[in-house]
Design a protein around this ligand. Sequence first.
Ligand code: PEP
Length: 258
Amino acid sequence: MKKIWVGTSWKMNKDAQSAKEWVSSVLPHLQLCSDGVQPFVIPPFPYLSQVSQLLNQQPIKVGAQNICWQDEGAYTGEVSPLMVKDCGGSIVEIGHSERRAQFGETDHTVNLKVLAALRNDLTPLVCVGDSKEEKAWGVSIESVVRQVIIALYQVPSHRLTEVLIAYEPIWAIGEHGVPATKEEAQQVHQAIRQAIQERYGEATADQMVLLYGGSVNLSNASSLLDQKDIDGVFVGRTAWQAEGYAELLNIANAKVKG
Ligand code: PEP
C-alpha cells in the first residue's frame, strides 16, 4: 500500500525563530500521524540542520530546495548533495518552476541533479509543470511528460521508483495561482504515469509517487487526494502556518483510516 505524501517547501521564508515555532507546533501532530502518511518539510538551507535536529526520530523527512550536481569542488555558492546529507537532509527538491524561470535551471541540469541525488542516496523530488500559454495551446501533457522523461534520463531502472515527481502547473502556484481542478490534475498525473509505463513498465509506473502542488488548500486537498493517480500533495502557502500543515496531515490521516 502506497503512503500519502504531505509535504511543504518554505521557499525563501521564515527565520530561525519561526522555523523553531513551526516545528514545535507540528510535533504533536506528527506523533499522531498514521504510518500510511509520509510527511516532509523543506526549509531554506540555513535552517536545514536546525530543523532536522529538532525533528530527529520523527516520521517526517527533511530536505533541501536545491543541490549542485557535483559532490565537491570549485562551485562557489553551491551546496553539494553530501552537505545536504551531512545537515540531516534526506530529500531534495529539484527543478521548481521558480528555479527554472529565475535561476537558469534546465531539463538538463534537473537530470544531472536527479542523478547526483541518487548517487548520494537522497530522494529526488522533481517538480514539473506547464505554463499558462502551454495550457492554452493544449500542450500541457506533452510539456510535462517531456520534462519527466528528461529528468529520468539514465536513472538505473531499479532506482526509478525512488524518484518523486510533483506536478506543479505554473499557472496554479503562488499568490496569483488558480488551483487545478481535480479533473485537470488527475488528467496530467494519469498521462505522466502512462508515459512512465510505456518506457519502464507497469510495475514501475504503479509504484512511482506522483504529487500535486499548486494552491492546495484546506478545501481542495481532500478531493485532490481522492484522485487515482495523485499520491500526495506538495504545498506552499497553506502549510507555512503550522495549523494549516497539521490540518493537511489530518486530511491525509482520515483517508488512510477510510
Ligand atoms: C509552490 O510554489 O510550489 C506551491 C505549491 O505553492 P502554493 O501552494 O503556495 O501555490
